[in-house]
Design a protein around this ligand. Sequence first.
Ligand code: GAL
Length: 671
Amino acid sequence: MNELAIPGLPEYAFGGDYNPEQWPESVWQEDMALMREAGVNLVTVGVFSWAKLQPTENTWSFEWLDRVLDLCHANGIKVDLATATASPPPWLGLKYPSTLAVDETGVRMAWGARQHFSPSSSVFKKFSLALVEKMVERYAEHPAVVMWHVGNEYGAHTHRCFSEESADAFRAWLITKYGDVDTLNERWGTAFWSQWYSNWDEVMPPRKTVYFPNPAQQLDFKRFSSDAMLELYKAEVEVIRQRVGRQIPITTNFMRFFPHADYWKWSENIDVISDDWYPDLADPESHIEGAMGADLMRSLGAGRPWFLMEQAPSAINWREVNPAKPKNAYRRWSLQQAAHGADGILHFQWRASVRGAEKWHSGMLPHSGTDTAVWREVSRLGQDLKKLKPLLGAKSDSQIALLLDWSSWWALELDSRPSTRLTQMEALLDYYRPLAQAGYSVDFAHPEQDLSRYKLVIAPSLYLISDLGIERIRAASAGGTNIVFGKFSGAVDAEEGVRVGGHLMGLRDVFGCYTEEWHPLVAGQTEEVLIGSNRGEVSGWTEHIRLLPGSAIEGTFSTGDLAGLPAIVSKTSEKSKAWYLGCTPNRDMIASLLEAICIQSGAAPVLYSVPQGVEVTKRSNENGSFLFLLNHTGVEQSIEIGQASVDLISAESFVGAVTVGAGEVRVLHLP
Ligand code: GAL
């Protein structure tokens, strides 16, 4: 039996958020009929239903939800049941203002939108857990419910709170971490600017200050805020697990590269990793981010199948301009998520709302009804996904990992840096893009995990590395894994203190070099690097690198203040090789460098000689291997796959070469 993300749903999952409380009950029957027509087999119910379930502090109303779940069950549609805690009702905020989040200036948030709760509010916790108790009591055994959905997009709107209660919780978190205030003083460097604390009461969240707040305080507050939300999530999970058995998984939906929650830590507590993806249609490279985010989700679940929990069938409503999705994009990007390990494709939302802030957000069932392009595309996808059943649970095999650590990301993007123009996302994309374009399967990994199974580990920019991270990287390198570090890496310890004695401390012998001084470039400034006889351009960042014994110069600055000094250094050790890139190479330069590095590392792409703009991924399980060919170009492409295959969706058979229409996708079964 293949590994199923949801044991109660042995099919490829397809569906979306279903918010029947926005409609008269007379519409529900039609919903069911149309869901069946579109191939929907899973709906997420109740995400924003708290006010309808508990209209006042002492009244409850579950009968309508009983009828919805029974109706779903009668129609063979499974339910991912939300705990309904994502948007507290107005009465809670009115009577208990301490449940409302407070911003850094002391302003308390009002109800009237959603997710306005303070993650550290004990009153909010009490009321939300009481609701979860009721939900679980009533629906633990409901035959339609195959998964529980805790909260919704934790941190999307409120990711931190500066209230008195949050300050207390932050202090408690710091006491657990540091034990005594002297240790905190030392780790935060409070000898600086007279910030020294004589007792815990003086320690605050980084509220509005006149100038840069202490960076270690800011970093710890980000960690605390992620943990505070995670504690809430875990408290709900605990209530659910008191009655609900392990065969029913629990999830909460992530937001890809979301900057406010440490998803490595979160994912340890989530049975089915699920994710929401709303590509920016103005970005011509959305498909690169589409692949990268999906790879992150697969990696967060250690390779387990994950779900695309939300996407829009067409337009969204929250960017400046919200176009309809371009032709074929909805289908191709959906299947792209399957190509990277998703065993469920769901949407926000089933039926487009007619009132409220999201009425101009597309739904699977548009305002204009079923005689629409969106409906036809949605139903076509729903029918086609049924045919992917054989690939459920299929895994990918990546030989390359990119390192991502939220603490390092947070520290990199604080104020008071050598350059505030560096972003973690840009650094990741700089390295992910050429690897994806060359057809490599890429995992994401945390620097503190065992990295030794990879042939190549790349840290595009790992500004902060803990002692354990250093140990893991050293161990992987000693064991035969090749390592690449990009700019501005290895600069600070876990609490953002500089590791003195030349940057890359702890890893200097691995790379055969260290950085004496950072040389960020100003906007518009570019410099040149010579690699052999090739010239490449760098922008944004350069470094004054010093060589250590045993190293080799791979690239040299040929212009600017650093002309004649190394830009890229490598060192070959007994079992592996390591490269340090002290610059931001332009696209061509990084692509050719990585190509050479992959070859030297023995990493192989999924397929050789794939036309540009065609993405290829592979998943395998006991039914065989499945090759996804995604044509992101506007013309038909032919790809030589070197063996016989059958398209799972169209049932066409191929002997060697396979054609893929413009913007189309094939899912080939290789028996
Ligand atoms: C998500 C959210 C959904 C809906 C959607 C609109 O962030 O979870 O409830 O608001 O965005 O794109």
